[in-house]
Design a protein around this ligand. Structure first.
Ligand code: URA
Length: 210
């Protein structure tokens, strides 16, 4: 099965718990992306447009991805743990997360990313069930998924970054780590075992470091 066929199957799946009255938000980006970013669930604007991360937090996420040189059409795929909007933007329940799991797992199997960025605790807890985001964000974790090693980088959710300067600065520093890891990959042909957030001279010109 390819990603398009999976998307079609998802859109026709009326058994999903939040499908009624909501637009499906499967994901978007490159089907062969090096990086898969996983958020929580669609909100109001995502539900309106049927696209992930198009509201305020999405704008921040997309801006930072662009500023570290990542192209949505080429390098990255964005999706969510839960793929229909929960009522009133409440947290998804464990049952809902479980119901959407086969689709997220199939996306990971088909895209075969080298790096997974989790945005917020729901996607982080899929891979690191006991972790606390304040303790593990920006730290490289190697996971094995479907027999492949993937570098997992837990990050704060962009909505949390928008709520305060402290988390915003941590969130931006984690994007520099991601950029450094990609630069290392380009020159060494493999990913680093540790991430660092030291801006190089060229990276210091990124407009979000202010
Ligand atoms: N927040 C998320 O976690 N996902 C979206 O798609 C939008 C907002």
């Amino acid at each position: 099965m390819d990603l398009k066929t999976l998307e079609l199957k998802f859109k026709q799946d009326t058994s999903l718990p939040l499908a009624a009255g909501h637009r499906p938000v499967f994901g978007e980006g490159s089907p062969t992306a090096k990086i898969l970013a996983i958020g929580e669930a669609p909100g109001f604007y995502e539900d309106q447009q049927g696209r992930p991360f198009v509201g305020r937090s999405g704008q921040l996420l997309r801006k930072l991805l662009r500023e570290v040189g990542l192209d949505l059409q080429r390098d990255i795929y964005i999706t969510n743990v839960v793929k229909h909007r929960p009522p009133e933007n409440r947290d998804p329940t464990p049952e809902e997360i479980e119901a959407y799991k086969p689709y997220l797992d199939a996306q990971i199997r088909l895209i075969k990313p080298k790096i997974i960025i989790t945005l917020g605790r729901f996607s982080m807890n899929k891979f690191l069930p006991k972790a606390k985001i304040s303790q593990v964000h920006g730290i490289a974790h190697w996971i094995t998924f479907d027999g492949r090693k993937i570098l997992l980088i837990p990050m704060y959710h962009p909505a949390a970054a928008l709520r305060g300067t402290r988390v915003m600065n941590l969130f931006k520093a984690d994007f520099i780590k991601l950029k450094n890891a990609l630069d290392y990959f380009e020159t060494m042909g493999e990913l680093p075992t540790e991430l660092d957030d030291t801006p190089s001279s060229s990276r210091q010109q990124l407009s979000f470091i202010d």
